[in-house]
Design a protein around this ligand. Structure first.
Ligand SMILES: Nc1ncnc2c1ncn2[C@@H]1O[C@H](COP(=O)(O)OP(=O)(O)OP(=O)(O)O)[C@@H](O)[C@H]1O
Ligand SMILES: [Mg+2]
Length: 307
């Protein structure tokens, strides 16, 4: 029952309308780890996460999730999953306690009252249990949704862009809770468009056009991209940006506040390209360690199109 690996799959492929929207996914995820899926819109994150857990059937490939076969035991797998989508549902005109009790009821859970009490305590909402959910802030609602998704004590959590539109403080608290759950042995698959959140995952899966293009810890993914990045300040940066963009050796130019980040994978070519502009002494040039954001922009520029 307790397989070492929460996920062990190879060659997972999904075809829609004759087109492979996700292709050849090989992945092993140890239990109790947080794996973050990043990539442009349409790159295949949701499709991949759903295939990994047997929620949709792959057209090719296979493997196991929580020790059960993806193709033949998906019903068993589903019973051990907690799933929270961006548009999670709750009932505005029911209290916090009633919402959780309702979920417990729907799933036919035993020890319902005990589970709800524990969830309320964990949420820090015991004192406000009778408050209507419609009056909660976005951050609290999202934590409530997480509680609802974990009420049946799943072994794995799927979180599809769980922090979209949530303020930074609430996101921070949400991620602390995710780490608590992982420490309890729950495996977490999460997709996000927030690059700062990649640092909070144990490993990142970087997707582009239905393929995993790179994976590993956030630090490894950044290092593996092999980018050289220069930060530029001063002068007319918008004009400079347009001059730099077409140069060979310059892969991407992106504006960050009063900084321009100029990146390339061929360090020598990049230095050649920018040398005349450095010599002008109009701007201040500083080589910096590339950020995850720079790496993301770099991979996106390489794919073009809508992903
Ligand atoms: N049920 C479906 N039928 C047909 N095409 C689909 C279906 N689901 C997804 N697709 C297509 O598969 C591709 C990958 O979609 P997916 O939703 O997995 O991407 P994503 O990375 O989750 O994107 P986003 O960041 O916008 O959530 C897209 O081109 C999408 O249009
Ligand atoms: Mg998606």
């Amino acid at each position: 029952m307790t397989a070492e690996l929460a996920i062990d799959v190879s060659g997972l492929t999904k075809i829609y309308g004759g087109r492979a929207v996700v292709e050849g996914i090989d992945l092993q995820v140890p239990r109790g780890k947080i794996y973050g899926f990043v990539g442009a819109n349409g790159s295949g994150k949701t499709t991949t996460i759903r295939m990994l857990c047997g929620l949709i059937k792959p057209d090719r490939g296979g493997g196991t999730c929580l020790g059960h076969d993806l193709l033949t035991e998906s019903a068993t797998i589903k019973a051990h999953l907690g799933y929270m989508t961006q548009k999670f549902s709750y009932w505005d005109d029911l209290s916090i306690r009633e919402n959780l009790a309702f979920v417990a009821d729907i799933f036919g859970l035993d020890r319902a009252k005990e589970r709800v009490d524990t969830a309320l305590e964990r949420l820090g909402l015991t004192a406000r249990a009778e408050q209507l959910v419609g009056t909660l802030s976005g951050g609290w609602r999202q934590r409530l949704a997480l509680s609802a998704a974990t009420l049946h004590e799943p072994e794995m959590l799927l979180l599809d862009e769980p922090t979209s539109g949530v303020d930074p403080k609430s996101r921070l608290e949400f991620w602390d809770e995710i780490h608590h759950l992982a420490a309890d042995g729950i495996t977490v698959l999460v997709s996000t468009h927030y690059m700062d959140e990649t640092a909070r995952c144990h490993e990142i899966i970087f997707m582009s056009e239905g393929h995993i293009i790179t994976s590993g810890t956030a630090a490894n993914v950044v290092a593996h991209a092999g980018l050289m990045t220069w930060a530029v300040t001063g002068g007319d940066l918008v004009a400079l940006m347009e001059k730099l963009k077409p140069l060979s050796g310059v892969d991407t130019v992106a504006a960050f506040g009063d900084n321009l980040h100029v990146s390339g994978t061929d360090g020598a070519a990049l230095e050649n390209a920018i040398a005349p502009y450095k010599a002008e002494k109009i701007h201040q040039w500083r080589e910096i360690p590339p950020t995850m954001e720079d790496v993301f922009i770099h991979y996106m520029a390489k794919t073009k199109g809508d992903g």
